[in-house]
Design a protein around this ligand. Structure first.
Ligand code: ZN
Length: 363
């Protein structure tokens, strides 16, 4: 089969590799739609973000190596021994971070807290290939009301469900969301479904602000013309928002906000309120913790998404309560288009993309 393999940062080649066979409790799948995550697109180009050092080490010691590809919709073509919930022909999507199933946490039923399991695309080969082998515990069945393209967004959406659950929004809470990339727009729609009152979003891209309004934000602030902190405070009677999602931070080379969105989140949340840190920064940075202490702020980070979160995304999208279709702005045809999908996803501003660029394979 054909698979993209990395020989180094920025060096990926479409190679012929042996067809994998599914071990027990795994399935062999044919890839229908796959998209790089923003993190993967940055890592592929050698930009520091989540897991940079681990990927660098794998490239130095194992290249050529199949990397990335944890956001996908696939069809099962063969089931391994002991697979209980799926059969050949099923269309499935997956969560990325898996429990190890053998540590004391996993064995005591707390696998959602495990950090020892593999991540699809990082420790296990992902779906930038014609076929892939996936563990059954990663998968959920895709409802027939969900298209292949929408299903490829469910992994990211499950992380956003986990982020919103971490926020524990109370009915009527004012919510501000800094950054209206795919996770920012997902958190906005899920917050809307979770009892949020007024929702104020912020982005620096006109097309992202327009998408945010279309998908349900009450107010979308363009930070190139308005001060987002002032705007959020004035829309919340001077208090600041009850909950602020920080989804804008990251490498300025990719048009992200650097670390200043963290300071903005802290300034835009009310005292005693919650900041949910969704972004990755790739390096340590300074933060005045005394200020957070003085204002009794909660700076929280999302839990790992579980199978329950992933299953909830199926219900949200199938019922139309969360709309992914308008966010899918770039769909490329054929496995050979994967490098272009990385290029677009790493530079969404330049290409006016909202969701990562998708690659669709002929079935
Ligand atoms: Zn474990």
């Amino acid at each position: 089969m054909k698979a993209w393999r990395f020989y180094g940062f920025g060096d990926l080649r479409l190679d012929e590799v042996p067809m994998p066979a599914p071990p027990p409790r795994h399935v062999l799948v044919k890839v229908l739609v796959v998209q790089p995550s923003v993190t993967e697109a940055q890592l592929a180009a050698g930009i520091r973000t989540l897991a940079f050092d681990r990927i660098k080490k794998r490239l130095e010691t194992e290249a050529p190596v199949q990397l990335f590809g944890h956001e996908f919709c696939v069809r099962i073509v063969e089931v391994g021994e002991g697979v209980r919930h799926f059969q050949v022909g099923d269309r499935v999507a997956a969560r990325a971070k898996l429990p190890c199933e053998s540590c004391p946490l996993c064995e005591s039923g707390r696998g959602h807290l495990c950090r020892k399991g593999p991540i699809i695309g990082f420790q296990l080969p992902g779906c930038f290939a014609e076929y892939a082998v996936l563990p059954e515990i990663a998968l959920t069945l895709v409802d027939e009301r969900i298209s292949d393209n929408e299903a490829a967004c469910l992994q990211s959406l499950s992380d956003s469900v986990a982020a919103v659950e971490t926020a524990q929004i109370q009915i009527g809470d004012s919510v501000a969301i800094l950054g209206q990339g795919s996770m920012g727009l997902e958190c906005m729609q899920i917050a809307r479904n979770s009892g949020a009152g007024r929702i104020i979003t912020v982005d620096v891209r006109e097309e992202a602000c327009a998408m945010s309004r279309e998908l349900g934000a009450d107010v979308a602030i363009d930070a190139t013309s308005d001060d987002p902190v002032e705007a959020i405070r004035s829309l919340t009677e001077g208090n600041g928002a009850d909950v602020v999602f920080e989804c804008a931070g990251g490498s300025p080379r990719q048009g992200l906000a650097g670390v200043k969105s963290v300071t903005q989140a802290v300034d835009a949340v009310r005292s005693g309120g919650k900041v949910i840190g969704v972004s990755w920064f790739g390096a340590p940075f300074e933060l005045d913790v005394d200020l957070l202490r003085e204002r009794s702020l909660r700076y929280l980070f999302p839990d790992i998404s579980t199978l329950a979160h992933l299953q909830h995304t199926v219900s949200l999208v199938a019922s139309g309560r969360v709309r992914m279709k308008p966010m899918i702005t770039h769909v490329l045809e054929g496995l050979d288009q994967v490098p272009m999908a990385f290029e677009i996803t790493a530079n969404k501003g330049k290409y006016k993309a909202i969701n990562p660029a998708q690659v669709r394979m002929a079935e």
